[in-house]
Design a protein around this ligand. Sequence first.
Ligand SMILES: Cc1cc2nc3c(=O)[nH]c(=O)nc-3n(C[C@H](O)[C@H](O)[C@H](O)COP(=O)(O)OP(=O)(O)OC[C@H]3O[C@@H](n4cnc5c(N)ncnc54)[C@H](O)[C@@H]3O)c2cc1C
Length: 377
Amino acid sequence: MDFDWTREQTDLYERALAFAKARLTDPRSGPGLFLEQWRHCGAFGFLGLPIPERYGGLGLDALTTARLMEALGRGCTDTGLVFSVGAHLFACVLPILEGGNDIQKARYLPRLCSGEWVGANAISEPEAGSDVFALQTRARRTDSGYVLDGTKSYVTNGPIADVFLVYAVTAPSHGYMGLSAFLVEKGTPGLTVGKPFQKMGLSTSPIAPIYLEDCHVPEAARLGAEGQGAPLFKRSMQWERACLFGGYVGLMERVLEETVGFARERKQFKRAIGKNQAISHRLADMKQRLEASRLLLYRACWRMDRGEDAAMEVSLAKLAISEAAVQCGLDAIQIHGGMGYVAETGIERVLRDTIPSTLFSGTSEIQRDIIASNLGL
Ligand SMILES: Cc1cc2nc3c(=O)[nH]c(=O)nc-3n(C[C@H](O)[C@H](O)[C@H](O)COP(=O)(O)OP(=O)(O)OC[C@H]3O[C@@H](n4cnc5c(N)ncnc54)[C@H](O)[C@@H]3O)c2cc1C
């Protein structure tokens, strides 16, 4: 077993980290700056990490993609931006690469990789969250294409997206094989973006419901064959559950470094608080959770790159990283004391930005279900 990165991977990671620190962490960061930062992400290549170079991406494998997401999450303190990049890349751009025809790839991939366009993925519905195959949105065939009708409840990047990857039922009696995927562009009559939601964290990442009412799309808007929506979605979730969570591994590394520094500096009872075992052991546990979840992530990606079934490894990694990240947020607040709780220091934001990671891309309960079913239960 070889734990070394190649010289190229190391150089790329260092460059990505330096770029994220210098260009993507702006103290003024907020919704107003979001699109400016988005274009910076495109300029570096973050918006097309695993997409072939001929379409404007960096052409990386899953392991190196996860490592670069780690650099992004470590260098960029705006986790909302990191999350939006991941949602765009793994749940919209990648399925276009994997399921698109030449015309679709040529139209969408260069724009989405450069940052000119923003992509979104719309599957969840009011009555279909974890039970993702209970979709009510219908795509009815017409002479020239399809008519889409339905509501999608949480669409990350929805308020600013140029293209939406929408999943809808084409054959209600066919279950898993009755879903199809469609690329619906902003401005298509019948597509309405609802009022953006306020969230407890990831505040710069815009999210909104979308409504499809008598929304006509041509046959050319279908991504992949009719009935191929579910396998496409499943595959995109595998990428998202693995590589997007590299961003959270990077976040944990940044927060640990910062918290160790604080524990060495902050003095109470005439000595650094880190000299108390109650504090140092908490930091040791943070380090252990970070490294354990990182190794699970690398192994999941390694299996993906070898073309092996990685369903269980991906769920193990997603579960470990998201739950470790929430605990990291709690630990950082506890060690910073009152300073951890006031908004000015940015520590409490870590907790708010990590809590949703146990919900999106399949909740922790759903990851445990996948692991259990892989154990034969
Ligand atoms: C920040 C954020 C961004 C998101 N972005 C997108 C997006 O871009 N596109 C998109 O389509 N969706 C998106 N989602 C939606 C997300 O995928 C869903 O929230 C998630 O799948 C859970 O669905 P739900 O919220 O309806 O919860 P529910 O499915 O109603 O679950 C509620 C609770 O019940 C539990 N539960 C459900 N079924 C079971 C079971 N069988 N066994 C045990 N427990 C169970 C769940 O784990 C959870 O704890 C986003 C969500 C968040 C929070």
